[in-house]
Each structure stands twice: as C-alpha cells, then as structure tokens.
Ligand binder design. Sequence first.
Ligand SMILES: Nc1nc(=O)c2c([nH]1)NC[C@@H]1CN(c3ccc(C(=O)N[C@@H](CCC(=O)O)C(=O)O)cc3)C=[N+]21
Length: 282
Amino acid sequence: MGQLIDGKAVAARVRAEVKAEVERLKAERGLVPGLTVVRVGEDPASKIYVNGKKKAAEEVGFNSWEEHPDASITEEELLSVVEKLNEDPAVHGILVQLPLPKHINAERIISAVRPEKDADGFHPLNAGNLSLGKPGPRPCTPYGVMRLLREVGCNPEGKKAVVVGRSNIVGKPMALLLLEANATVTLCHSKTPDLAAEVAQADIVVAAVGVAEIIKGAWIKPGAVVIDVGMNRMPDGKLKGDVEFAAAQERASFITPVPGGVGPMTIAMLMRNTLDAAKGRD
Ligand SMILES: Nc1nc(=O)c2c([nH]1)NC[C@@H]1CN(c3ccc(C(=O)N[C@@H](CCC(=O)O)C(=O)O)cc3)C=[N+]21
C-alpha cells in the first residue's frame, strides 16, 4: 500500500522557506516582494485559485494585489494593464489568470509580460530557457511536482518517467524538468497507441490529462511513484484526479491525493518564483 504524499504539508514548508527569505530581504535590502494577479471577468474555478494565492502571498509577507477587469475588456486595454504592471517597480511578479475570454489572444497577453516578472513561467522566453536548461522561472505545477519527488526521496536520475498529457503549462515542462533531472522520459498524449503499456514501464508516473480516473490502478508498476495533477470537478462538487486512486495506491510506493496533493504546491511555487524575481535572478 503506497504512502500518501502530503502536498499540503510540503507546500506549507515551501511557504515557510519563502517567508524566511522575505524577512531577510526586508531586513537587508528593505525590499518587499510584490505579486499582482490579473483576473479577467468571472470564472468560478479561477476564484478558488486566486483566493488560495492571496492567502499564501499574505502568509509569506508579500505585497499582493489583484487587477480584476470586466470580461468585456478589449485586448488592447488588457495589454495596457500588463504594461502598467511591467513598469511598476513594486510589482516583481505578474500572473495573468487563464483561461482568458475568447475575444482575447492569450498568447499575445502572456508574451507581453516582462519575462523577468513572469511568475507563471509561461512566457516564450522562459519556456525557451527551460528547454535549454538555463535558469529562469519554471511553470509552477511541474516545479511543485519536482519538489514533491525530492521530499519523498525519489531522485529521477536513472528512472523511467512517464508523463501523460502534453500541455504547455504542465505536461511539456514536466517532461523537460524530469529530463533535466536525468530521468528517461516518455511523454504520452491522446495519440499514444497503448497508454497502459507505457504507464506500466514507469518508475514515476505524472498524470496531467484532465480526464477523471483515466489512468487505471492496474497499469501501475509495483513500487512506482504516482503524481496526479488532474483536478476534475464531479457533478457532486467533489474533485477527482486523473488516476484511479484506491487501485493505484495498492501498487504505488508513494501517491499524491486529489485534493491535497499537487494543487497546494502550484500556489507555493508561485511564491517561490515571485521571491526569486524580486531577488533578481542571475
Ligand atoms: N496563469 C495561471 N496560472 C495558474 O497556475 C493557474 C491559472 N492561470 N488558472 C487556473 C489554474 C488552476 N490552478 C490551481 C492551483 C491550485 C489549486 C489548489 O490548490 N487546489 C486544491 C483544492 C481546491 C479545491 O478543493 O477545490 C488542491 O488540489 O488541494 C487549484 C487550482 C492554477 N491555475
């Protein structure tokens, strides 16, 4: 029976580390990191996340602001909101909450954020730096997954890692981070002919598909570490992951729950990226 990976507890530890560094930054340089979240219109799922972020920012001692324009804002107007934040020296981290309304080209907005202030690690320059193995902000969810692996003593080096899902915000950067950590990485997606056979090879499985319980417990190699990034809202309001949890836990050595696994880490790593932006990276 696999051990639970307590994402809430690890996230609290990350926040405590960030908090200690913020105190030092304040004392030594009189600098308070600032984070602004831009949330366009109303999206109920986004609200939970933004509230979690606000609480975390407060806890670690950041200045934290929210810009909340109406869904009717034009692309040009939103670009000038981003431009204003780019120019504001008190703002070290900018996060533009996705998804954006359909009339706005999200790619254009993300590219408008100054790469140094890109708290999400979504800017093309930062995506490029990740793929080149150069420093820079890392996408918060895969960055958090790497931290969870470390916490349970799972060093990816020499292991077979299978990532399911190839999104630009989770799957692709996840594969790159695991590769950087010297895993042998397979990136699976909707056109993968035999997903079960791929997953069955994996010492580390990262599920980031967005389909409830698509990864069956019986596929898991005994002793594998299973990380579930899925957050699927069921009709009863409960959250379910991408992994068939109980059956997978039978075989795994470690497994993340949903909720309480990867989700809280995403927010904690956002704090880490913002702190690093305020410190100035080299
Ligand atoms: N630019 C941008 N960056 C993001 O990182 C981003 C985004 N847009 N848009 C929305 C998604 C969603 N997201 C979540 C992160 C953590 C939890 C989280 O902490 N979830 C808790 C449970 C929450 C619950 O119970 O509903 C958990 O998994 O334990 C949720 C959602 C970040 N996102």
